[in-house]
Design a protein around this ligand. Structure first.
Ligand SMILES: Nc1ncnc2c1ncn2[C@@H]1O[C@H](COP(=O)(O)OP(=O)(O)OP(=O)(O)O)[C@@H](O)[C@H]1O
Ligand SMILES: [Mg+2]
Length: 349
């Protein structure tokens, strides 16, 4: 995935990257560095290619490929520096993943964006995409690609954060305890949202309370004066709230519950969309969301609450949700013509 930035403004200069990563440059890229990539197959012109080690492949094998396809600089470790330098300009670092993390932290440090982080058992990506739409009405918005929510996805998304972004939206996921903590401390959100807590990915946990506690790690990265956004209808609401308070966060809730800060007033569920009347921090809003299902509405209540807490215009954010469409494999509807009528396929793959 490339072309993460809305405009091809320079993202990094080579000396900035060398400084951020405590690395050593060999060769000079010609032209600005406009993107960050870890995949040589989709690398774009002007990208910095971080040769990280995945589960299957070591990115160092693809440095020649990446530079050949237009990457302007490759970040490699000492052991691969000699062979990599034959292909083009390189930045030599101790550990490539650590260098990408350091780049992400540098991006966060220089950013003036309002940052929203999202975790939860289900609905992270849909919520992240709805936030992208809602915030983009208000200012330049950068958000995670796909479900880039783990130990490489989060720093990659941070490293791609444009200097000029007004908003950043980060998906953070986990399969075990202590996974979210370091990621949220990199992201340092102003607003941290937990969509819900359900018994999924239970393998590493004794019980669902353990999952709630692991999700609650997201609050530990909040900036001072940050906001926690929690699902009022979820069975673990009180537990999450207590954890957020422990972190010094202001806690806000969304849902159908009468006391939710972002509260559902009226709902019309249609086949392909929903019409919603809600009260968000005392402000009444009516909006349409372009995907069906009560869970989509529930996420939307959290999205608008988070958007408002991040400083966005609530009316513009609400209007944008009409454009929301389920991401690929997440509930898209296709009508197939078959003998004698038609068949509705709902893609939840
Ligand atoms: N609040 C919700 N409650 C229940 N189901 C939901 C909710 N939000 C989304 N879903 C359903 O869960 C599916 C997965 O949604 P999504 O991709 O947004 O989740 P995710 O948390 O990002 O998943 P992953 O862990 O794979 O990254 C969607 O197809 C949707 O139908
Ligand atoms: Mg996801």
């Amino acid at each position: 995935m490339t072309a993460q930035t809305a405009f091809a403004e320079p993202l990094w200069s080579a000396p900035e990257l060398a400084l951020a990563t405590a690395g050593r440059l060999a060769g000079r890229p010609d032209g600005a560095l406009t993107g960050v990539s870890i995949d040589s197959r989709t690398v774009g012109r002007g990208d910095v290619f971080f040769a990280i080690k995945g589960d299957v492949h070591d990115g160092h094998k693809f440095v020649g490929d990446a530079l050949g396809r237009g990457a302007s600089l490759a970040v490699v470790d000492e052991a691969h520096a000699d062979e990599a330098s034959a292909f083009g300009p390189i930045l030599i670092v101790k550990d490539v993943l650590e260098a990408m993390v350091a780049t992400g932290i540098a991006a966060r440090a220089r950013s003036r964006a309002k940052i929203v982080a999202v975790t939860g058992s289900v609905g992270k990506t849909s919520t992240k995409e709805a936030l992208r739409l809602a915030l983009a009405e208000d200012g330049q918005t950068h958000a995670s690609a796909a479900s880039y929510n783990n130990h490489w996805g989060v720093p990659l998304t941070l490293a791609r954060l444009p200097k000029s972004a007004a908003y950043g939206v980060f998906e953070i996921g986990m399969n075990h305890p202590d996974e979210i903590r370091p990621l949220t401390k990199m992201v340092r959100p102003h607003v941290a949202m937990v969509t819900n807590v359900e018994p999924v990915h239970l393998a590493a946990f004794k019980n669902v309370e353990g999952i709630a506690d692991a999700k609650a790690e997201i609050f530990e990265g909040l900036v001072r004066g940050g906001h926690a956004v929690v699902n009022r209808d979820n069975a673990h609401y009180e537990r999450l709230k207590a954890a957020a308070i422990e972190c010094g966060a202001a806690v806000w809730s969304f849902g159908e519950h009468v006391s939710a800060d972002s509260r559902l007033d009226r709902l019309a569920l249609k086949e392909t969309s929903s019409c919603v009347a809600a009260t968000i921090l005392g402000e009444p809003v009516t909006f349409k969301i372009g995907a069906p299902g009560r869970h989509v509405v529930q996420n939307a209540l959290g999205v608008l609450l988070a958007a408002k807490l991040a400083g966005a215009d609530l009316a513009l954010a609400a209007l944008a949700l009409a454009k929301f469409a389920p991401p690929a494999g997440r509930g898209q509807r296709h009508e197939l013509g078959v003998a004698g009528g038609s068949l509705l396929v709902i893609d939840e793959s």
